[in-house]
Design a protein around this ligand. Sequence first.
Ligand code: PRX
Length: 667
Amino acid sequence: MSNGSNGSNGSDGIESRLKEDRRFSPPTPFTFRARLKTAAEYERLYKQSLEEAETFWREQTTDLVFQRPFDKFREWLLPHAKFFVGAKLNITESCLDRHLTTDARTRAAIVWEGEPGETRTLTYFELHREVVRFAARLADLGVKPGDRVAIYMGMLPETAVAMLACARLGATHSVVFGGFSAEALRDRINDCEAKVLITQDGAWRRGNVVPLKKMADDAVAQSPTIERVVVYRRMTHELAPVTMKEGRDIWWDDLLTHTPSEEALARAKKPEGFDAEHPLFILYTSGSTGKPKGVLHTTAGYLAGVHVTSKYVFDLKPSDLYWCTADVGWVTGHSYIVYGPLSNGASCLVYEGAPNFPDPGRFWQMIERHGVTILYTAPTAIRAFIRWGDDWPNKYDLSSLRLLGSVGEPINPEAWIWYQRVIGKERCPIVDTWWQTETGSIMLTTLPGTHATKPGSTGKPFFGVHIDVVKDAGKSCDANEGGKLIIREPWPAMARTLYRDDARFKSAYWEQMPGVYFTGDGARRDQDGYFWVVGRIDDVLNVAGHRIGTAEIESALVSHPAVAEAAAVGKPDELKGQALVVFVTLKSGQTADEKMKKALGEHIDREIGKFARPDQVRFADALPKTRSGKIMRRLLRDVAAGVTEARGDTSTLEDLSVLAKLRGDEE
Ligand code: PRX
């Protein structure tokens, strides 16, 4: 059926579908069963969430487990906010224990599929049992409330078990994406002074084994705070040979054979209630300096945020099989694979490997085989699917799908329409969700049953989100006028600080526009109150949905002995959204050739990870700078994008011939 309120149907050409005012009403069969069905319901709850925030959040969190209720909903001393003040809770009781006395007990919590094709299902009963078992052993390894535990794993049920076991003990987990290099892992471990590292021997990726333990060994060799390394065995010794260091390393399975102490078992079985603001996790993300930011999230507000957003945005029902394809190493995995869905008793599909292994039909085959009902993925993946051709999804029965989601970067209307037509068969609403590592939970989206969607727009603010588009002075922009995306008031799931760097928390988010949270994104709000996010307007790039700081790339490049200076910029890219282009000046005596380009690419692999490898390395005799010595990135962005005329003001440029040379170097 057609769900276009403006009369769309399958035979329309793409162009007519892309009209600015194109909108798609939620399909009636979807709305019929949806938790929220009308715009009026959204308006009522949104109004309540702003005007009677305490009542809203109290009512919306009655199904969560608090060992002690809160005394006060919010305390705000800019830029610090506390929520659910005075409450005590153990977040894992909301995600696990509460389901043991309901129908969810025997429901699948995690349906896992490995890249080679094997599957495993853990019910809520089993997931709870595994978390308790592992938490007891972690306690005996000396993990105490407030300790930091690093997790460097791929997509396994055990990754969620490890996270939840930490949370159960009140330890702060810091998950490091398995695509990061040993050096990047080392820096993240050292920054938070983790005591224990949990990893696995190897992980499957596109038919290859990623030797996680080997990289962990290299990292831990320079991480003096790590006392113990727990290793989950995913591979065989032949596939991923591992050296275990006596006294430091222990196999996960061997650890489980130890009889836990009574005290440890008690802590795991009857978990302690922690303060609402007890730190839950640190997640490192890129900012505009070379040093990643340790975004710190706490307990009650974060749980409330991810719980309520999961419930309404994904319209989760016990009959759903929900699949978020993000990696657990990023915030999407934390909020919308682990804490949000589990706190709702949802069944989640977790997939270990690549979307095109063994062929580009893998996702669609899995959807057919498991009967996935909700798919939450990223525009970069959607663009890759488009490139691989409609034949792949068309080979499979996708009729189980009822809702589609997008996250991580702006989705171009062409990709949106394809997703809606080829994957959703025009039966499924699309929720385009805008949020950030720092926001913890979804901030902008259309709710699937209440509003029409517009391809490319992230829709309306979620409950409790006081968001705006402003000019520099902080004045709200008119409808359709571009400006900076800011948030006027704190919200429950917001990051509380940057780990051990509160000054940077203030300066990065709260001082650029005094008194409000600056997102780093540019946006506009249209005449219907829908937001259109353009992308980052700071020195952060979004390459294939991965957030990469230009300064991080630059400092990695200048750490190479041949490099004198480097500048990294983004360039529009059809597949990745943005591609990473680096301009490099070499030290004298070094040769600017293909060999050097390769060496610099490999250097980035080592320093950060393969996902951050530049798409293009360009050598230059000099970089364009202002008279005060600042690299003029705006000009480099133009050069990278192939803009030939110098745009804007170049009067402060030190030497115009530098620019002319760079243009001449274009490939
Ligand atoms: O630029 C925005 C973009 O991703 C940034 C946040 O990146 P990260 O912290 O890694 O979190 C990604 C997953 C939540 C934002 O500042 N972004 C995220 N979602 C969208 C988006 N841009 C446009 N539309 C979205 N739906």
